[in-house]
Design a protein. Structure first.
Length: 405
C-alpha cells in the first residue's frame, strides 16, 4: 500500500509548479484528477509537440500518475461537477490569478462550505498581496525579480539565470510537504485549511544564506556570482583531454589534503591561501599554480588521486551523459513508463525511498512509484463522472453540451 492511497486530489493547475506539486502526491499513491479546460494545459503545447496526442516532455513528467478530465468550469453544469467532486475530495490545487476562482464559484470559502475537510492549495507567482498579485509570471521572470539573475551576472555584465527552473521545481517539493502536513493536522482537528505558496517565495528561500544579516552589518556592495567565498573555493579544473573536475576546498582540512595530494606542501605555508576567505580572494593566483598540474593527467586519474586523499571532487558530467552514470543507474534515479501515444518513455524517478510503503520486498521494483503515464486529454472523464453518480445518459448530455470532453 502506498502512503497516500485513499487520498483524492483535484488538480486544476497548469504549467509546472502546480502540476508538479500534485505529481509528487500522485507518486505517493494519491488519486489525482487532472482537470483541464477544452484548450488543455498550456504545457501540452509548449516548445512544440514532439509526441502524439498533444503531449510534451514537460506535460508528460509533471502529470504522471494522474487521471485526466476535461471540464468547462464557466458553465453552470461544469461548476456543479466540480462542486460534487470537491465534496468527496481531500485536496484541491490551482494556480489561478486572484479573483478567478471567485468568478468561477470555486474559491476557498465556497468549497470549504461544501467540504470542511478540504485542503485547498493555491500557487501564485508573486503572492496574493501587493501590486503584482494579479500578474502572471514564469520562472525566469521570478528569478530576475528575486535577485537570482543579479548574483549570476556574466562577466560581460549581462544578467543570466541559473540554468534550471528554481521556483518551478522547488514549489512542488515544499507544497507537497505542506499538503502532507495539512492532511496530518486534519487527522487531529477534522478540518481542512487554505495553503498559499508563491514562486517568488521559493526563489527567495533558495538563496537562504544570503538573507542572514546581523544588526549594524554593512551591506555588501558589488556582489555577483563567483564572489561568494564558497563558490570561489570550489574550482572547476580542466584536465588532460579537455574534461573538467569539480573540486571543493571549503574546509581547511580539505585544503591541506589537496596540497599534499598535489605534492605542493609549500602552499600550506603561503599566507595567500591560509583560510577560505584568503583562497577566495587570491583565486587567480591559485589557478595559475595548479591549472598546469591538472592538465598533465586525465579527469579520472585526478578524481582517484584526490578522492583517495579525502578531497570532495567529481568529474563534470554533460547532461546527456548523466543517465548512464553508474551511481545514477544503481540508485534508480530514472525510470520508464509506457505512454499510450509515445510508447516507452524515460523520466526522473521519485528521489526518495520509503521502506514500508511499498514494503521492503518491493524496493527493487522502483518502477512501482510511477504507475501510470500522463493522461491523454480527457481520457478518464466518463469514468470520473460515473464515480460521482452521473448516469450514462447524463454523461452523454454533458458531452453534447460541451460541458465535458
Amino acid at each position: 500500500m502506498l502512503p497516500l492511497e485513499g487520498v483524492r486530489v483535484l488538480d486544476l493547475a497548469i504549467m509546472y509548479a502546480g502540476p508538479g506539486s500534485t505529481m509528487y502526491l500522485g507518486d505517493m499513491g494519491a488519486d489525482v484528477i487532472k482537470i483541464e479546460q477544452h484548450a488543455g494545459d498550456d504545457s501540452r503545447g509548449m516548445l512544440g509537440t514532439p509526441f502524439l496526442g498533444r503531449n510534451t516532455r514537460a506535460f508528460m513528467v509533471m502529470n504522471r500518475n494522474k487521471r485526466g478530465m476535461v471540464l468547462d468550469l464557466r458553465q453552470p453544469a461544469g461548476k456543479e461537477i466540480l462542486h460534487r467532486l470537491a465534496k468527496t475530495s481531500d485536496v484541491l490545487l490551482h494556480n489561478f490569478r486572484p479573483g478567478v476562482a471567485e468568478r468561477l464559484g470555486i474559491d476557498y470559502p465556497t468549497l470549504q462550505g461544501l467540504n470542511p475537510r478540504l485542503i485547498y492549495a493555491w500557487v501564485s507567482a508573486f503572492g496574493i498581496k501587493g501590486p503584482y498579485a494579479t500578474r502572471g509570471a514564469y520562472d525566469n521572470v521570478i528569478q530576475g525579480y528575486s535577485g537570482l539573475y543579479d548574483v549570476r551576472t556574466r562577466r560581460d555584465g549581462e544578467p543570466t539565470g541559473t540554468g534550471t527552473f528554481i521556483s518551478d521545481t522547488s514549489v512542488p517539493m515544499l507544497l507537497g510537504f505542506a499538503i502532507g502536513a495539512a492532511l496530518w493536522a486534519r487527522e487531529r482537528t477534522g478540518r481542512g485549511q487554505l495553503l498559499v505558496a508563491s514562486l517568488l517565495g521559493l526563489a527567495i528561500a533558495s538563496q537562504s544564506p544570503h538573507w542572514v544579516k546581523v544588526q549594524n552589518e554593512a551591506p555588501e556592495e558589488g556582489e555577483s556570482y563567483g564572489d561568494d567565498p564558497v563558490e570561489r573555493a570550489c574550482p572547476i579544473l580542466e584536465c588532460q583531454g579537455g574534461e573538467y573536475l569539480n573540486v571543493a576546498l571549503v574546509a581547511d582540512e580539505e585544503w591541506r589534503s589537496f596540497c599534499r595530494a598535489l605534492g605542493k606542501d609549500d602552499l600550506l605555508s603561503d599566507g595567500r591561501f591560509a583560510s577560505l576567505e584568503d583562497r577566495a580572494r587570491h583565486r587567480g593566483d591559485l589557478d595559475q599554480i595548479i591549472a598546469p598540474l591538472f592538465r598533465e593527467r586525465t579527469v579520472d586519474e585526478w578524481a582517484q588521486v584526490l578522492g583517495q586523499a579525502g578531497v570532495p571532487c567529481i568529474p563534470v558530467v554533460r547532461r546527456n551523459d548523466v543517465v548512464d552514470q553508474p551511481y545514477i543507474v544503481q540508485n534508480h534515479l530514472f525510470t520508464t513508463v509506457q505512454h499510450p501515444a509515445a510508447g516507452s518513455t524515460r523520466m526522473f524517478n521519485v528521489p526518495v525511498r520509503l521502506t514500508e510503503n511499498p514494503g521492503p520486498a518491493q524496493l527493487s521494483d522502483v518502477t512501482g512509484w510511477v504507475r501510470r503515464p500522463a493522461p491523454l486529454q480527457g481520457q478518464d472523464t466518463d469514468a470520473i463522472l460515473g464515480e460521482i453518480g452521473y448516469s450514462p445518459d447524463e454523461i452523454r448530455s454533458l458531452h453534447e453540451s460541451s460541458v465535458v470532453a
